[in-house]
Design a protein around this ligand. Sequence first.
Ligand SMILES: Cc1cc2nc3c(=O)[nH]c(=O)nc-3n(C[C@H](O)[C@H](O)[C@H](O)COP(=O)(O)OP(=O)(O)OC[C@H]3O[C@@H](n4cnc5c(N)ncnc54)[C@H](O)[C@@H]3O)c2cc1C
Length: 427
Amino acid sequence: MKVIVVGGGWSGCAAALSAHKQGGEVTLIERADMLLGTGLVGGIMRNNGRFTATEEMIAMGGGEIFRLVDQNCLHRNIEFPKHRHASLYNVATMEPLVKRFLMEKEIRIHLSTRVEDVEMDGARMKAVIAKQGGDKVRFGGEVFIDTTGTAGPPSSCTKYGNGCVMCIIRCPSFGGRVSISAKAGVKEMIGRKGGQIGAMSGACKLFKESLSREIVDTLNRKGVAVIPIPPSAQAKGKLSFKACQQYALPEYEENIVLLNTGHAKLMAAFFPLEVLRVVPGFENARYEDPYAGGVGNSIRYVGMAPRDDALKVEGIENLFCAGEKAGLLVGHTEAIVTGVLAGYNAVRHVRREKPLILPSSLSIGDAIAYVRTEMNTEEGLGYKYTFSGSVYFEQMKGKGLYSTDVKEIEKRVDAAGLTRVFSKHIS
Ligand SMILES: Cc1cc2nc3c(=O)[nH]c(=O)nc-3n(C[C@H](O)[C@H](O)[C@H](O)COP(=O)(O)OP(=O)(O)OC[C@H]3O[C@@H](n4cnc5c(N)ncnc54)[C@H](O)[C@@H]3O)c2cc1C
């Protein structure tokens, strides 16, 4: 059972592990020289409803990656404006831990390998064709998973944003994102709100060394520092185009909210450097990601695949998807839980077994169905969906799905008959 996963972000890593646990012979292909994609600069976990989704996945037996992350957190159970019980992983040390973990499972990882084309037999994908160094390499498989995300390429960042700002995706060095769903002929969906196509990533990183000692001490001790922005330096109305609507709140416009993820994570899409340096403590501030964080940020959500609730891409017999490719889903947690389901269903597909669709009595199943339905409406294409805030967290609370009681979450999973479902066929 050859499973080919294209895209080594959080969703691809989770899909690869999940397919391996079901007995798949898994190849994971990533265009850059490191795994984790945008997860190389994120870090926030377990905030608000993400806690529930994480514990649901652990109870369903798909929690290995969450356990790895939990072990590599700099802060646990912290609060910042409108976000509770968050953990912050160390973005500098996370990737090698995940890579080693996957390699120990004998998942074949091909880094610096960019898929540029697909080979089809009617509606069936036969192979992906990648560029590896100067060579063209063919990866044939029985089932494929598109986890290429939605960040970039530079043409999108130029057309819909403020140009390439040299973010962690590093398109100029490794080549931009290529969607295998689009290459297979699938008409992808585009997130849009009013005149804005896609959305701008909502956070940057500053070098701690460039901030005042007082701010760094607070950050290291508490994990969070909230610094009021003088009114003259506040840029009102910048929040609406943010990808992370869970942080598009007045608190984030009137203050600089910093989180300690190893670097100082600045919870704003971008902040002109000369304005930032007016804020006390930021006189010497310097961006670590994106390098031109004073100018803009990456554009995302320009290419999502239409899919069903088993995460099979519509129109292609043997292609699944997860993470941002599976909808306007924001977040590592969202990428990991959809990755686990896509990997599981990909192997079931090869075995000709019925796919698993998670029920709406669990937040993960509810979110997967909710996002698909909402994305069929013009209004729904204007939102982003996450367990941690904005419209989906409201729906979660309204349906009584949000809980931080681990025993209660385990009972819910049990009532759905899904306890340890993702670990039943460990090879
Ligand atoms: C600056 C920033 C900060 C963030 N902070 C947080 C946070 O703190 N907490 C949180 O939960 N979420 C955060 N997010 C959102 C989160 O990172 C993403 O929603 C999630 O991790 C997406 O995972 P993914 O696997 O779907 O996509 P990606 O992370 O985009 O991964 C896709 C991968 O596919 C690869 N790829 C693309 N095309 C090809 C190809 N043709 N061949 C081979 N490989 C290919 C890419 O190189 C990339 O590694 C942040 C995002 C950004 C940009």
